[in-house]
Design a protein around this ligand. Structure first.
Ligand code: PMP
Length: 302
C-alpha cells in the first residue's frame, strides 16, 4: 500500500477471530484498533471531526484545537491536526498514562494538567475556560458532540459487518465518552434487530449504580451517563474488576501474541461472560481500543 499521508492509514483495522477457549463454541471477534497510526480507536474521531469541520468552514489554518481528554483522543487529534497544521491544546487529568502524554508532546500538542481528583469533569471545565480566554478556537468536546457516535456508525461498524459476513449475536464494548459504543451499537441494531448490545464498565463507573472511585482500567468508565446512550437500547451493563481486566491483558499477550490495553481486557472479560449466557455458536463482536505498549510503565505484565 502506497500512501502520502499518515491519516490515510486510519481505519480499516483488522478483525480477529480469537482462538481461545470460549464458552459454547461461540466466536469472539475483536476489532484491533491499535493498528490505527496513532495507536487507538480515537484516530478515527480526529479524522472524521476535522475533515467535517474543515469542509463546513468551522476551522481554518489559524484555529487552535482545544480538547479535554484522558489521552487517546489527544493523540488522535494531535496526529490529524498535524495534517492540517493546526495548533492543539489538550487538557488532561494528571494521573493519566505517562506514555500517552509523551506521544501527545511528540506530535507537537501543548498539554495542560488538571488535578487527578477532579476527574474528567475538571478537564472539561478547564477546556471551557481556555476556550473563552482565546480567539479562533475549536473545541470538539467529544463528550457531547453527536459527530462522535456518527464517526463509528459510518466507519468502524460497517467495516465489521463487511469483514464478518454473518449476523452478529452480541456487540460488547467499553465506554469512555460512549461514542464508539453508541455509534456501533446503533448500526448493529439497525442491521441485526435481534443483536444484544452490552457495555463493559470498570468498577468505579456509575452505569450499574456503583459508587464512583478511581480504577486502573484506563479509557473506559463514566462519571455521568453519556448523552449518546439515549439513542440506543442497551441490553446489559457488565461491571468488570481491574483484576479481571488485567488478567486478560496478560493472558492475551502470552497466548495470542497480542498487546492489548486494559479496556480491551475488560471488553474481553465481558465478552466471555456474554458467551456463557448466549446460545451456542454465537458471534460476539468486541473492540480492542488500544495497545498495552502505552501502559508499560505501569508494570501491567506479571
Ligand atoms: N478504551 C480506551 C483505551 C480509550 O482511550 C477510550 C476512549 N476514552 C475508550 C476505550 C472508549 O472510547 P469512547 O470514548 O468511544 O467511549
Amino acid at each position: 500500500m502506497l500512501v502520502k499521508q499518515v491519516t490515510q492509514l486510519i481505519g480499516d483495522t483488522p478483525l480477529i477471530d480469537l482462538q481461545m477457549e470460549i464458552p459454547k463454541q461461540s466466536h469472539i471477534y475483536a476489532k484491533l484498533e491499535m493498528y490505527n497510526p496513532g495507536g487507538s480507536i480515537k484516530d478515527r474521531l480526529g479524522k472524521y471531526l476535522f475533515q467535517k469541520a474543515m469542509k463546513e468552514g468551522k476551522i481554518n489554518q489559524q484555529t487552535t484545537i482545544i480538547e479535554p481528554t484522558a489521552g487517546n483522543t489527544g493523540i488522535g487529534f494531535a496526529l490529524v491536526a498535524q495534517a492540517y497544521h493546526l495548533p492543539v491544546i489538550l487538557v488532561v487529568p494528571e494521573n493519566f498514562s505517562f506514555e500517552k502524554q509523551e506521544l501527545m508532546k511528540a506530535l507537537g500538542a501543548k498539554i495542560i494538567h488538571t488535578p487527578s481528583d477532579e476527574g474528567i469533569k475538571g478537564a472539561i471545565k478547564k477546556a471551557r475556560e481556555l476556550e473563552k480566554s482565546l480567539t479562533n478556537t475549536f473545541v470538539p468536546m467529544q463528550f457531547e458532540n453527536k459527530e462522535n457516535p456518527e464517526t463509528y456508525y459510518h466507519t468502524l461498524a460497517p467495516e465489521i459487518t463487511k469483514d464478518l459476513q454473518k449476523p452478529v449475536t452480541a456487540f460488547v464494548a467499553g465506554a469512555g465518552s460512549g461514542g464508539s459504543f453508541a455509534g456501533t451499537a446503533k448500526y448493529m441494531k439497525e442491521k441485526y434487530p435481534d443483536v444484544k448490545v452490552i457495555v463493559a464498565e470498570p468498577e468505579g463507573s456509575i452505569l450499574n449504580g456503583g459508587p464512583i472511585h478511581p480504577h486502573k482500567t484506563e479509557g473506559i468508565g463514566v462519571e455521568f451517563v453519556p448523552p449518546f446512550f439515549k439513542d440506543v437500547n442497551i441490553d446489559e451493563v457488565l461491571t468488570i474488576s481491574d483484576e479481571q481486566a488485567f488478567s486478560y491483558v496478560n493472558q492475551v499477550a502470552k497466548e495470542q501474541g497480542l498487546f492489548i490495553g486494559s479496556s480491551s481486557g475488560a471488553a474481553l472479560a465481558a465478552s466471555l461472560q456474554v458467551a456463557a449466557k448466549l446460545p451456542p455458536n454465537s458471534n460476539i463482536v468486541t473492540i480492542f481500543p488500544d495497545s498495552s505498549e502505552r501502559y508499560l510503565s505501569q508494570n501491567i505484565y506479571q
